[in-house]
Design a protein around this ligand. Structure first.
Ligand code: P6P
Length: 329
């Protein structure tokens, strides 16, 4: 592991390697890294909040204690809005887009994010994550929701922060996928996983089998096939998308949150969950689809629209897709 390589230094070196890059990214990223460190500190203290006052109450300092997903949301907005790199933001926690206050300069990017995905797991000390996606935007434009409704293929950057036994920052700008692990003693994200590649096929499948009574025929047939496969697939499902995705990215495997009779469009959000992870997985050699359409090709119609998601090792996703002709059976 290259112990001296911080995320900021790596970005500067990547920027030097990329023709025409002006370093706006590096500055934007350093603001995002600050937000990640602040959220990581709070997530890792979560178990102590009861001592300091549960969410919605006042802590020992007499301050309102926020729910962690609200805290993460506020932290990202407050850390990112004044840097001059963004024209606006969209958050899973906010119905409407967030325009940068006119007192701050507008930038040429849009940040879309799920501030703390899987936050229902935080109370039981299970990994959670922040997911983000960055799109280009004309800083002179009249900013409306329409500017955010771009196909995932137009993303210029995507990533996630996984708050787990350690805190990891994983991102792509279209030049490979790179992972950094936070050293809390140094207060820096250090390069730990350069150029992550997902195995072409894995032995892990991740799906909520509690939904099997709602599954469409193709899903049931595919999962049944995995259970009887001589490769002895194993089931792993944390219930936190970032944790399930990250494990499969490193070890290989497939995650599914398909459309079913209960969730006709799936559960996960296109713009700030499926799109960023799809960009990452394709950059790592994997695949992401709805079952019959590439995630990154979908032109969004609504900011918070949901999408069915099958994502992971290329051969596993393609095998799942081969069962989708039975979905309407
Ligand atoms: P279910 C967490 O609430 C989340 O949004 C994702 O992190 C996770 O993959 C999914 O929902 C779990 O949903 O219905 O299986 O509990």
């Amino acid at each position: 592991m290259n112990i001296g390589m911080t995320l900021t230094k790596f970005l500067l070196e990547e920027q030097r390697r990329l023709p025409g890059s002006k370093g706006n990214f590096t500055a934007l990223f350093s603001d995002l890294v600050v937000a990640a460190k602040i959220i990581s500190r709070e997530v890792n203290r979560a178990g102590l909040i009861d001592i300091l006052g549960a969410a919605g109450s006042k802590n020992v300092h007499g301050e309102e204690v926020q729910k962690l997903d609200e805290y993460a949301n506020t932290t990202i907005i407050k850390t990112m809005e004044h840097g001059g790199h963004l024209s606006g933001m969209a958050s899973e926690e906010m119905d409407e887009i967030i325009k940068v206050d006119p007192k701050y300069p507008r930038g040429k990017y849009l940040l879309l994010f799920d501030p703390l995905d899987g936050s229902s797991n935080i109370d039981v000390n299970i990994s959670v994550g922040t997911i983000f996606s960055i799109l280009r935007c004309n800083p002179e434009c009249e900013l409306t929701e329409k500017e955010f409704l771009k196909a995932g293929a137009e993303q210029v950057c995507a990533g996630y922060i996984l708050y787990s036994s350690s805190t990891m920052f994983v991102y792509t700008t279209g030049h490979g996928v790179h992972g950094f692990t936070l050293d809390p003693n140094v207060g820096e994200f250090l390069l730990s996983h350069e150029n992550i590649r997902i195995p072409d096929r894995g032995k892990i499948y991740s799906v909520n089998e509690g939904n099997s009574r709602h599954w469409l025929p193709g899903t049931s047939l595919y999962i049944e096939k995995l259970k009887n496969d001589e490769k002895n697939y194993t089931a792993r499902y944390v219930g936190s998308l970032v944790a399930d995705f990250h494990r499969n990215l490193l070890k290989g495997g497939v995650f599914l949150y398909p459309a079913d009779k209960k969730s006709v469009s799936g559960k996960l959000r296109l713009l700030y969950e499926a799109n960023p992870l799809a960009f990452i997985v394709e950059q790592a050699g994997g695949k992401a689809s709805t079952g019959d359409k590439r995630i990154l090709d979908i032109v969004p119609e609504k900011l918070h629209q949901r999408v069915p998601l099958i994502i992971g090792s290329k051969s596993d996703v393609e095998e799942a897709e081969s069962f989708w002709k039975y979905q309407d059976a």
